[in-house]
Unconditional design. Structure first.
Length: 151
């Protein structure tokens, strides 16, 4: 973890602290339109176990990196920590914040007695740096993810 970084939970009421980082990853999401929309979304998905954890630098109120995650149980693997979102604001990239969040999430998964940490990641050249980060932190490509738009 970067020396000056602290990692802490971001409750729905403090959604504005996560907005800059989440907007980088999900710019067209209605949930990241503004702090009120994000707070409403976080309150709704909290019932599904979704929560936010942020990496903070001294003197900056907003998180420079954010992880959105949940614990779920699958038939094929059991209790798993699933990472929905991981994003860093551009000016803080390369300082180790996303890596610090991944290390924190792995420790949290162990604490919560999860057997694995999972995430899905998009493809393309714009995702190569993220993929290198995931491999560096011990995540492996173990499946293909398929989807079909319905609405």
């Amino acid at each position: 973890m970067p020396d000056s970084c602290s990692i802490r939970s971001i409750p729905p009421g403090d959604a504005a602290l996560a907005l800059p980082a989440l907007r980088e990853l999900r710019p067209s999401s209605r949930a990241t339109a503004d702090a009120a929309a994000l707070q409403a979304h976080l309150t709704a998905v909290a019932t599904e176990g979704y929560r936010l954890t942020g990496a903070f630098e001294p003197g900056r109120p907003e998180a420079v990196a954010v992880a959105g995650w949940r614990v779920m149980t699958t038939l094929w693997e059991g209790r798993t920590l699933y990472l929905d979102d991981l994003s860093t604001v551009p000016e803080a990239r390369g300082r180790g914040h996303a890596g610090a969040l991944l290390a924190w999430l792995a420790a949290e998964a162990r604490r919560l007695e999860c057997v694995a940490l999972h995430l899905d990641s998009g493809t393309g050249k714009h995702r190569y740096a993220a993929h290198r980060l995931y491999h560096t932190h011990g995540l492996n490509i173990t499946a293909h993810h398929f989807s079909k738009g319905i609405l």
